[in-house]
Design a protein around this ligand. Structure first.
Ligand code: PEP
Length: 222
């Protein structure tokens, strides 16, 4: 059985001081390591804070991994403003691909997402491939899928655990090696309703992860 995945997506939030405060509070979990021993806890800060997070995690021996929130479809070269998978690999083990905010606010097409996935996998990164429903194609090489319905993101209106579980089951019918996470208005109050479902193997948390004490409660309650 795989560990439960608990992913914090900090999105485009926090300056350096705020990121340090988040980390210092988060460090409290090391006092009680068993709450995360059976979980794969992944934090996804802004690119600009990956270095800070990586160093803090190493210095404090925190049993957590990092994810980049995005990654270039290109390799190294003349791609101003892009951060490529080889660069990310120095900092993170995971990368989010196809987050609804990127699909919808930056018009990222499936074709582009497939290129990003290929580039990330070629560098040994694990992709967390976000889908909004059942009509998304999944690129080859993907193992982790996050079902993130748009209506549930940042709305305080999560999908029902039953529906999320059905969607997860439908993906598993296509490939039983997939691990399906749910994302959308997850909090410490509702997380267990999702994680106790048979086909849901973890959660992707946006807004509620901005407060690291709440994120710790989510990890504890999952
Ligand atoms: C997300 O952005 O991935 C997300 C799930 O956001 P929220 O938890 O705020 O709905």
């Amino acid at each position: 059985m795989s560990k439960l995945f608990i992913v914090a997506n900090l999105k485009s939030n926090k300056n350096e001081d705020e990121a340090k405060t988040w980390l210092e509070t988060f460090k409290k979990i090391t006092l009680n390591q068993e709450i995360i021993s059976d979980k794969e806890v992944i934090i996804s800060p802004s690119f600009i804070h990956l270095n800070l997070f990586r160093d803090f995690i190493l210095q404090n021996n925190l049993p957590v991994k990092l994810a980049a929130q995005n990654s270039s479809p290109f390799g190294e070269g003349p791609h101003t403003g892009e951060v490529n998978a080889k660069q990310i690999k120095d900092y993170a083990d995971y990368v989010l691909v196809g987050h609804p905010e990127r699909r919808n606010n930056f018009n990222e097409s499936e074709e582009l997402l497939f290129k990003k996935t290929d580039a990330a996998i070629a560098q040994g990164l694990n992709c967390i491939y976000c889908v909004q429903g059942e009509d998304s194609k999944i690129p080859a090489g993907i193992k982790l899928i996050a079902y993130e319905p748009v209506f549930a993101i940042g709305s305080g209106n999560p999908d029902t655990p039953e529906n999320a579980d059905t969607i997860a089951k439908n993906y598993l019918d296509i490939n039983d090696e997939y691990l399906i996470l749910y994302g959308g208005s997850v909090t410490s109050q509702n997380v267990a309703n999702f994680t106790k479902k048979e086909n849901i193997k973890g959660v992707l948390v946006g807004g509620a992860s901005l407060d690291s004490e709440e994120f710790i409660k989510i990890i504890e309650n999952a």
